[in-house]
Design a binder for this molecule. Structure first.
Ligand code: GLY
Length: 391
């Protein structure tokens, strides 16, 4: 079993293997203890893997209770959260007992928020079953529910006690869900040249997952509470969240992030920050993994959500602009400025390509001092990623 140690304020291990789910109870017993476990899962995942986990835990002497709700982002709500904490309370879980999240990002986020707040925090085990949860949402302790006003508006940072990954569960992941995870994987590839190169062939999924976790580990350990370095993980997310919200969550997170990556890269290209070859490389990768680059909303619709994004200020946005594979730039733009940029970026595909072929490329890529705007600064990530290039 592979182990990755996450050295945050509350340190924990991520255990990764093939076919390890039936052995989960021994691991939990050894690392955490406790007497009762509440498994929180969604109906689809529980049907597939609930029995294996319940049987393993019961055989080891745990008292197991199951809380199962309908899958889908539309259920990442206060109402689901309220039901989970009521369930924990009804079964008299103590702080030494355990909440185990079995599922994807929605299950992890809402049940993690319950684990963080019930009795001011109980033991929490994450068993991510989707690609998106394995590479991103199960690590780093962001837990939240959506409010009617927007995504993840109520939440906390709460690190799990253990993350347990059995790659075999990906065998039952529908293609749409797999692609959803690839949206986040491609985000990581914009931050890491090694990963970007690996995505050009059809790489082994366990290696891809480990690589994404290595990048996230580095950023979360440097900046657990999302004040500085960790913010690069929000690449493509401001536009992505606006697309997700505008679709009323019909467009899944990873698909929306893929479109967000495309648009923010187009903006970066138009600003002369991202060289053309990197933009073409990104669009090639997005298409290779099955993403359509059609954006179903206009700038006015997207701006409605962008201005109320939790990361937005009162006057504008701090943008994370991709430069190359391992360098990003942070820049402040007013909402009015950004709207114009977004409008240009929303030119349809053929217009974009035509525009590109006519546009002289202003390659400022290697000139990190070329800052015309005093609110703009460059952040070189190459040193950040170097440690992982050989892993
Ligand atoms: N999903 C971005 C983060 O965890 O910071």
């Amino acid at each position: 079993m592979k182990k990755i140690y996450i050295n945050t304020s509350k340190p924990y291990e991520i255990l990764l293997d093939f076919g390890s789910l039936p052995k989960i109870a021994e691991t939990i017993k050894e690392k955490i203890g406790g007497k009762k476990i509440v498994i929180v899962s969604d109906s689809k995942v529980f049907k597939l893997y609930g029995d294996i986990v319940v049987e393993a835990l019961s055989k080891s002497g745990y008292k197991v209770f199951n809380f199962v709700f309908n899958s889908g982002e539309e259920n990442k709500t206060m109402s689901t959260y309220q039901k989970i904490v009521n369930f924990l309370s009804e079964h008299q879980l103590s702080r030494e007992d355990i909440l185990l999240s079995l599922g994807g990002g929605v299950v992890g986020d809402v049940s993690g928020f319950a684990a963080a707040t019930y009795k001011r925090g109980i033991n929490w085990v994450q068993v991510p079953t989707s690609l998106i949860a394995m590479v991103d949402s199960s690590i780093g302790g962001k837990v939240a529910v959506n409010l009617p006003q927007g995504k993840n508006l109520l939440g906390d940072f709460y690190q799990p006690s253990l993350v347990f990954i059995d790659y075999n569960v990906l065998a039952t992941l529908p293609t749409k869900e797999f692609r959803n995870g690839m949206g986040e994987v491609i985000k990581y590839s914009l931050l890491d040249e090694n990963l970007n190169n690996r995505l050009k062939s059809m790489p082994a999924i366990d290696k891809i997952i480990e690589r994404c976790i290595a990048i996230k580990k580095y950023l979360v350990e440097k900046d657990e509470f999302d004040k500085k370095e960790r913010r690069v993980l929000n690449l493509g997310h401001t536009i992505g969240h606006s697309i997700e919200s505008a679709s009323n969550y019909k467009i899944p997170h990873g698909y929306a992030v893929a479109l967000g990556l495309y648009l923010i890269s187009k903006i970066s290209l138009d600003m002369g920050i991202m060289p053309e070859e990197y933009f073409i490389d990104l669009t090639t990768t997005l298409k290779k993994y099955g993403f359509s680059l059609e954006i179903p909303y206009n700038s006015a619709t997207l701006m409605k959500y962008i201005t109320s994004d939790k990361k937005a200020g009162t006057k504008g946005l701090n943008l994370i602009l991709p430069k190359t594979h391992s360098k990003v730039m942070l820049a402040f733009k007013t909402f009015d400025n950004f709207k114009v940029m977004l409008e240009n970026a929303l030119l349809n595909q053929s217009e974009t390509m035509e525009h590109l072929s006519k546009k002289p490329i202003n390659n400022t890529c290697n000139n990190t001092n070329n800052t015309s705007n005093k609110n703009t600064y460059y952040q070189s990530c190459s040193d950040l990623w170097e440690a992982f290039h050989e892993s």
